[in-house]
Design a protein. Structure first.
Length: 106
């Protein structure tokens, strides 16, 4: 019988955030690099949520034949965030705004 592993939630997989950011940055500068890595590197391989989302958007844009650069990816992610902020499900899942400050800061 296997004993429960109480330390499992405390273990963090190895991550190199600088390397992840470098890969994403390189793809934004040279879209042709995506063809060389797309069969081995997937969004779920990224530890950072931010890098995962940006990589997925790069893959989406390149998959539709559009170029992926800083501007196009930022615009797409900005539109995604705007849709997320305006959705009623998002608003209903957030706690109420704090009421401790009722007057503007001076």
């Amino acid at each position: 019988m296997n004993a429960p592993d109480f330390l499992a939630p405390l273990r963090i997989p190895p991550a190199a955030l600088e390397s992840e950011s470098a890969v994403v940055g390189a793809l934004l500068l040279d879209n042709s690099a995506f063809d060389r890595i797309s069969d081995r590197l997937k969004p779920e391989h990224f530890f950072s949520d931010d890098n995962r989302v940006v990589f997925a958007e790069i893959a989406r844009q390149l998959g539709t034949g559009k170029p992926a650069d800083v501007v196009t990816v930022a615009q797409a992610l900005g539109a995604l965030v705007s849709r997320w902020h305006s959705s009623t499900s998002w608003r209903s899942s957030c706690p109420a705004r704090p009421t401790w400050r009722t007057t503007p800061a001076s």
